[in-house]
Design a protein around this ligand. Structure first.
Ligand code: NAD
Ligand code: RBV
Length: 481
């Protein structure tokens, strides 16, 4: 491979890459509907639209290219930012939303049903502004854009120290795709990611799994820029992860299978924020909910809510529907699937598909796979029992439905905007930051009027008695909600 010779740009300069630009009008109508349900974002536009605090900042987004995300993108644009966007999952793009955004001149690189090669190429395109430079800021969901910068940087370090490009050793398909892409970039510019990392002010991260990756990097001392943990704002994880999934899990399962949930046994693996929302939802439909947990506190919470808590092995013979919500890997193994009931439905709502051993399932020579319709596959085992796998084990609410409803995403994305404003203004040193309590309360406040909420005000003597300001913050940082 010849390194860094005669090649002008890291990627081709194209205006956008989406499914069909003719879907733009339809997408625009859906975006207009969503705007009415996203009071937080609309309030931000009103408050900061004129002063354009993000003018001059280049922002790369790697976050599900849905209708809600379109409202986020257009809010960031109204605040002055120069945007490029990719989705953070191969199945989560709503093609009409992508078309509506692309038609306004924002470079979007996303469509429903990308291959892994296409997905990572889109991420690279979103990270590469004209002239080959990188963004000032990243909006990430799950950390893939952040990962590409870090892995690219680390490959360049190895190359600059040894003069050698290491062989690709991994057997994991997605890792091979990333490694191959990064070697292509290296061939064009052996210092590309160093230049990108140097310019980057920071990233704001949407989800639990992405935050987990950031904390790991911070602990190891390999984090290259500042990071803002959006997920752990109360108005994100205690709303989106709980109430968002409470609605969108059922949406995904129903659109995929039309199955009756009442009377079924639904096994939810992981009783964290997402698991809690999923369990309430399934119980609401009349299912008997069984949960699995590794954490004694969460297990105790589940049982106090009236859910059975047991191991997956014990739940296998009775479960009709299995949902993983752990953010962990290998939770449902191939061996587990071999022992499931006939016609069991298996899906994941956690960020990554490795919660279920999908690769092993697909590779098993004795198991037959048939596609029923997009994002629904049936597997027949040697003993003739069949199971259905939804969205190839990727997050079912975004693969088989359209993700969370707009209202709850408004709270999440208002946090995203506040994080971006903070990073742009303060340019903090490397570390992982969170939203202060008063702004978290402010995000909630922005969503009250729409729902007709009338807040009670503290009297002076009550505020004195509690020793807190009348206008908040009302809780200490360690309060758990
Ligand atoms: P969380 O940490 O609150 O909950 C995860 C729970 O899983 C924890 O209680 C943990 O103890 C438990 N767990 C870990 N390993 C386990 C195992 N082997 N068996 C059983 N339980 C296990 O995290 P969360 O906020 O609930 O997020 C869970 C996942 O969902 C993350 O990947 C997150 O990024 C993702 N997420 C997805 C959506 C969506 O729209 N699909 C929304 C929010 C979050
Ligand atoms: N999520 N986005 C949507 N409709 O755009 N729905 C869910 C949407 C986000 C959610 O915030 C969660 O943390 C993340 O997807 C997991 O990838």
């Amino acid at each position: 491979m010849s390194i860094g010779k005669n090649i002008k740009s890291i990627v081709e300069e194209i205006p956008y890459k989406i499914k069909d630009i003719n879907l733009a009008d339809q997408g625009r109508k859906a975006i207009e509907m969503a705007e009415k349900e996203m009071p937080g974002l609309m309030a931000v536009r009103e408050k900061h639209g004129k002063e354009k605090p993000l003018a001059g900042y280049k922002i790369t987004g790697s976050l599900h290219m849905t209708v809600e995300t379109a409202v986020l993108i257009e809010t960031l644009k109204e605040l002055g930012a120069d945007i490029r966007w990719a989705s953070c999952n191969i199945f989560s793009t709503q093609d009409y939303a992508a078309a509506a955004v692309a038609s306004t001149g924002t470079p979007v690189f996303a469509w429903k049903e990308e291959t892994l090669e296409e997905y990572w190429w889109c991420t690279l395109l979103a990270l590469t502004f004209p002239g080959g430079r990188g963004p000032d800021l990243i909006v990430d969901d799950g950390g893939d854009a952040t990962l590409l910068v870090h892995m690219g940087y680390e490959l360049e370090e190895v190359y600059s120290k040894t003069g050698q490009i290491p062989d690709i050793e991994t057997d994991v398909e997605e890792e091979r795709v990333i490694e191959t892409l990064l070697r292509d970039v290296l061939a064009k510019d052996a210092m590309h990611w160093h230049k990108v990392a140097e310019k980057l002010i920071g990233v704001s991260e949407e989800t639990t799994t992405g935050v987990h990756r950031l904390m790991q990097r911070e602990e190891e001392g390999t984090l290259l820029f500042a990071a803002f943990n959006v997920n752990d704002s109360v108005t994100k994880s205690k709303f989106d992860n709980i109430y968002g999934n409470r609605e969108s899990l059922a949406d995904g399962i129903k659109r995929a299978t039309d199955v009756m949930i009442a009377g079924k046994v639904v096994v939810i693996c992981g009783y964290g924020d997402v698991g809690k929302g999923c369990a309430t939802s399934m119980r609401g439909y009349g299912a008997r909910v069984v949960t699995t947990e590794v954490d004694p506190i969460n297990a105790l919470q589940a049982v106090m809510e009236g859910y059975e808590v047991t191991t997956l092995e014990k739940a296998l013979p009775e479960g009709h529907i299995f949902v993983t919500a752990t953010g962990n890997r290998d939770v449902i193994t191939l061996d587990h699937m071999r022992k499931m009931k006939d016609q069991a439905i298996v899906c994941n709502i956690g960020h990554f598909d490795h919660e279920i051993q999908v690769a092993q399932l697909n590779a098993a020579p004795d198991i037959k796979k048939e596609n029923i319709k997009p994002q629904v596959d049936r597997y027949t085992f040697p003993d003739d029992h069949q199971i259905y796998l939804l969205a190839e084990g990727r997050l079912v609410n975004l693969g088989c439905a359209t993700g969370h409803p707009s209202f709850v995403m408004s709270a999440s994305f208002t946090n995203q905007i506040l994080a971006q404003l903070y990073l742009a203004k303060e340019k903090p040193k490397i570390g992982v930051y969170r939203l202060p309590k008063d702004l978290d309360e402010e995000v909630a406040r922005l969503h009250l009027e729409k729902l007709g909420v009338i807040l009670t005000e503290l009297t002076d003597s009550q505020a004195d008695y509690l020793n807190i300001p009348k206008e908040g913050p009302f809780k200490s940082d360690h309060y758990r909600y």
